[in-house]
Design a protein around this ligand. Structure first.
Ligand code: SF4
Ligand code: FES
Length: 255
């Protein structure tokens, strides 16, 4: 298939960006989106041009490193799919693809399609951990976790930190990501000692990083490649409210 790309090019964080038009004469429908970009980069380098900078690591939908906006949709048009797992058979011969980086004040563009997502790391550093004795592994049945709580914790833990929720939200809110991280640990006995302090610290850091607030658009949930639900945001808000009113002895029921 033949495609026309309009790719965001930006030499550095402070440079002015623009959309570069690139004709791609031959794309295999079996290639992944990133393999297509690899081919385009070969084409650009053969023509003596600078290749397009973009992030990737696992290329298996598990690391959260990749992620670009394709025709206005974070991770492209296929639901519940990361950019690296998107294949070219989902596009048509002759399509025009506008490829841009995540857009958000907190995710500064570093170069072309690469953004700085270290704000997420700082949010995790602020509270996304547990206090646990080090040493040998504890006895497996020492901390029983109910099946329903374990399933909910696992669903929240599926967040790969890609940032598509931020890119999709009109407010550039990071609440789906932060909510997932808080809800994951709030479901487990290991997460209880710092549970409410964690909610305060992570939300404070989220605000410091310049992310917006949630106004219930739901674009984050629609864009998330891992099916993270907005119930994680309600859960985060419930823990935050409890932290501020001091009723932190409530059990770890679903909020
Ligand atoms: S909540 Fe979904 S979209 Fe947001 S960072 Fe996690 S996996 Fe990515
Ligand atoms: S490269 Fe790891 S999720 Fe896409």
């Amino acid at each position: 298939m033949r495609l026309k790309l309009k790719v965001w090019r930006q030499v550095s964080a402070n440079a002015k960006g623009y959309l570069q038009e690139i004709d791609v004469p031959e794309v295999s429908p079996d290639s992944s989106f990133l393999e297509m970009l690899d081919e385009v980069n070969e084409q650009l380098m053969q023509a003596g041009q600078e290749p397009i900078a973009y992030d990737s690591d696992c290329r298996e939908g598990i690391c959260g490193t990749c992620g670009v906006v394709v025709n206005g949709i974070p991770h492209g048009p296929l639901p519940a799919t990361t950019t690296c797992q998107l294949h070219m058979r989902h596009f048509k011969d002759g399509d025009v693809l506008v490829i841009e980086p995540w857009r958000s004040r907190a995710f500064r563009v570093i170069k072309d399609l690469v953004v700085d997502r270290s704000a997420f790391d700082r949010i995790i550093q602020a509270g996304g951990y547990i206090t646990a004795d080090t040493g040998s592994a504890p006895e497996a049945n020492g901390l029983p976790v109910g099946k329903e709580a374990a399933d909910r914790a696992f669903d929240s833990a599926a967040c790969i930190g890609c940032g598509a929720c931020v890119a999709a939200c009109p407010n550039a809110s990071a609440m789906l990501f932060v909510g997932a991280k808080i809800a994951h640990l709030a479901e487990l006995p290991q997460g209880q000692p710092e549970r409410y302090l964690r909610a305060i610290r992570m939300v404070e850091q989220m605000d410091k990083e310049g992310f917006g607030n949630c106004t219930n658009h739901g674009e984050c949930e629609a864009a998330c490649p891992k099916g993270i639900k907005m119930t994680n945001i309600y859960r985060m808000n419930a823990d935050l409210a409890r932290a501020f009113v001091g009723s932190t002895s409530l059990p770890a029921e679903r909020g």
